[in-house]
Design a protein around this ligand. Structure first.
Ligand SMILES: Cc1cc2nc3c(=O)[nH]c(=O)nc-3n(C[C@H](O)[C@H](O)[C@H](O)COP(=O)(O)OP(=O)(O)OC[C@H]3O[C@@H](n4cnc5c(N)ncnc54)[C@H](O)[C@@H]3O)c2cc1C
Ligand SMILES: NC(=O)c1ccc[n+]([C@@H]2O[C@H](COP(=O)([O-])OP(=O)(O)OC[C@H]3O[C@@H](n4cnc5c(N)ncnc54)[C@H](O)[C@@H]3O)[C@@H](O)[C@H]2O)c1
Length: 496
């Protein structure tokens, strides 16, 4: 349907079938999905169309990591190693990062929105009433958008800065500054042991910084424990200092610009660390504090709880009256990953269209309008060196969920394809099998270049392929994928 619009001085109003707040990867995909089905859609964006992922997260971080990773890969293969005689060209890496961040300009994505027939409304969006979003532009003018069918909150998340004495005054980097930096600091300290900390420590060490990582809860604490052990060992071999089990008690930046940190707990208790920049990477906070949530009975600043078709739940745990408010992507806190947010966007866009047409929803597990994979089969690659690739449940998650599981591990170095891939290849794979159903519910790999092996495991988990049938999926020789055969052989032997 076409939008209705009207204008008075400094105030505009328009009605669309669907209004999306936030033009990150998730908001863009919801809008595209409903527009393709013939509904009119507007997206509201206060910064750059494309969101965090395009300019300060997924794409530029991988550009920062890739060149040093390619160099290390060449150095692991005799014959190629001898041909590598120079150092990394840091300026060229930063230029490539800039290109992958589109030089922080969104013309390309705006053109894509235009081509898809989606209306872009630039400014800060706030809910003011059911189905109503007021957009404030920098010049103070406002546009009131009314949604016939749905308002979708896809406002994402921002870096969380914890309360540590002196931290804010020391002007630390968050992920944004670390991703967009114009120069590489000689010394970088990193607080955190999650995905951002591990990737950026790897990136900046590769770019030549002397990196110190201050980890409170273990490296990659949500993944299989052996992954963090491999990544920690490799960081240390590459000259990174990693302090485990420690917290930062106080931070101060002196007049020369040097940052001083005081550590407490663990092996580094009482030690001091000096750095030129400090990256804080301790998780995210929802972009929902200035969204007008209170006008529709919700708590400002909270993650937006949703049901399986992504309807926002009120304080009573039920969807708001009229099925009009939805939340997708980081802001609903289900899974903070671009590909999973876009999966939600596809299911949600289709659900909005079905409801608009009065059609029944297919919202049973694995149905078209359900987001079942968010709970059972989330793939993730951590682009450290070695890479970590995982899908589904860890052994600990599966046990906590009450499953009767059998865990099978294999040394990736013992696979012929790995030995060919690189000298001194080190890695490990784990398969978690639900013994009641005899299907794989979790799979994890750590090792050089394992990222591209992950999708086979994702298919095995999503399709619930019986282990007996997986036996007939023969990996090509000599590939690293032969680890599947080794795991299945070990699984076939009686448990010790
Ligand atoms: C350093 C880093 C690296 C990452 N790497 C990966 C990776 O390799 N792979 C992966 O899958 N995930 C990665 N992620 C996670 C990924 O970036 C997020 O999951 C993804 O960006 C979430 O998309 P989104 O659309 O929900 O939110 P966002 O990308 O945050 O987009 C939300 C948009 O909403 C806008 N907005 C917010 N509030 C308002 C408002 N009131 N009015 C108007 N506009 C508003 C924002 O300006 C923003 O453009 C990474 C994250 C970080 C921090
Ligand atoms: N390759 C990828 O897929 C990729 C890359 C980067 C980020 N991301 C996503 O972005 C999100 C944010 O990443 P992140 O690393 O900021 O968060 P995270 O949740 O992955 O890790 C945060 C870490 O900080 C630690 N921590 C929390 N509070 C602390 C404190 N006060 N002091 C010290 N340590 C503290 C936690 O133990 C945890 O290890 C993640 O959910 C991740 O999925 C994905």
């Amino acid at each position: 349907m076409t939008p209705d619009t009207s204008t008075t001085t400094n105030r505009t109003s328009a009605t669309f079938d669907v209004v999306v707040i936030g033009a990150g990867p998730v908001g863009e995909n919801v809008a595209d999905r409903v527009a393709q089905a013939g509904l009119s859609a507007a997206v509201v964006e206060r910064e750059l169309v494309g969101g965090e992922c395009s300019y300060w997260a997924c794409m530029p971080t991988k550009a920062l990591l890739r060149s040093a990773s390619a160099l290390r890969a060449a150095r692991r293969v005799p014959g190629a190693a001898e041909a590598v005689t120079g150092d990394l060209d840091v300026a060229a890496v930063l230029r490539r990062r800039d290109a992958f961040a589109s030089d922080w300009r969104d013309d390309g994505q705006v053109a894509w929105l235009d081509g898809a027939g989606i209306t872009l409304v630039r400014g800060h969006g706030r809910l003011t009433a059911p189905r109503t979003v007021e957009v404030t532009v920098a010049d103070g003018s406002t546009t009131t958008l009314t949604a016939r069918h749905a308002v979708v909150v896809a406002t994402g998340s921002s870096a969380r800065v914890p309360d540590i004495t002196g931290l804010r005054e020391a002007a630390p980097w968050t992920s944004r500054e670390s991703v967009a930096a114009g120069a590489v600091p000689a010394r970088l300290a990193v607080i955190g042991g999650g995905v951002v900390a591990a990737e950026m420590a790897t990136a900046y060490s590769g770019l030549g910084s002397q990196v110190t990582v201050l980890v409170r809860d273990g490296m990659l604490p949500r993944a299989e424990p052996f992954t963090g052990e491999h990544v920690t060992a490799a960081l240390r071999e590459n000259g990174v200092t990693v302090h485990l089990g420690t917290v930062v008690a106080a931070v101060q930046r002196d007049p020369t610009g040097t940052v001083h940190l005081v550590l407490a707990g663990g092996e580094a208790d009482g030690q001091r660390v000096e750095a030129d920049e400090l990256l804080v990477a301790v998780g995210r906070t929802p972009n929902s504090d200035d969204l007008g949530l209170q006008t529709v009975g919700l708590e400002p600043g909270s993650w937006l709880a949703v049901d399986d078709t992504l309807r926002v739940l009120g304080a009573d745990g039920k969807p708001l009256d009229g099925d009009w408010l939805y939340a997708a992507g980081d802001v609903n806190h289900r899974v903070l990953l671009t590909h999973q947010g876009k999966y939600q966007a596809r299911a949600l866009g289709d659900a909005i269209v079905a409801r608009a047409r009065g059609e029944a929803l297919d919202d049973a597990p694995w149905g078209r309008h359900a987001t079942t994979a968010d709970e059972r089969a989330v793939p993730q690659v951590v682009f450290t060196d070695p890479e970590v690739a995982s899908v589904g449940l860890t052994a600990a998650d599966a046990l906590a969920a009450g499953l009767d599981v059998r865990v099978v591990d294999h040394d990736l170095a013992a696979v012929a394809g790995s030995a060919l891939h690189a000298e001194g290849y080190r890695g490990r794979a784990r398969m978690v099998v639900d013994e009641d159903r005899k299907v794989v519910v979790g799979f994890t790999l750590v090792g050089p270049d394992v990222a591209e092996l992950l999708h086979a495991a994702t298919i095995a988990v999503v399709a619930e392929v019986p282990v007996d049938r997986l036996w007939h999926a023969v990996p090509a020789f000599p590939t690293v994928s032969e680890v599947w055969l080794r795991l299945l052989e070990a699984y076939a032997r009686p448990a010790a």
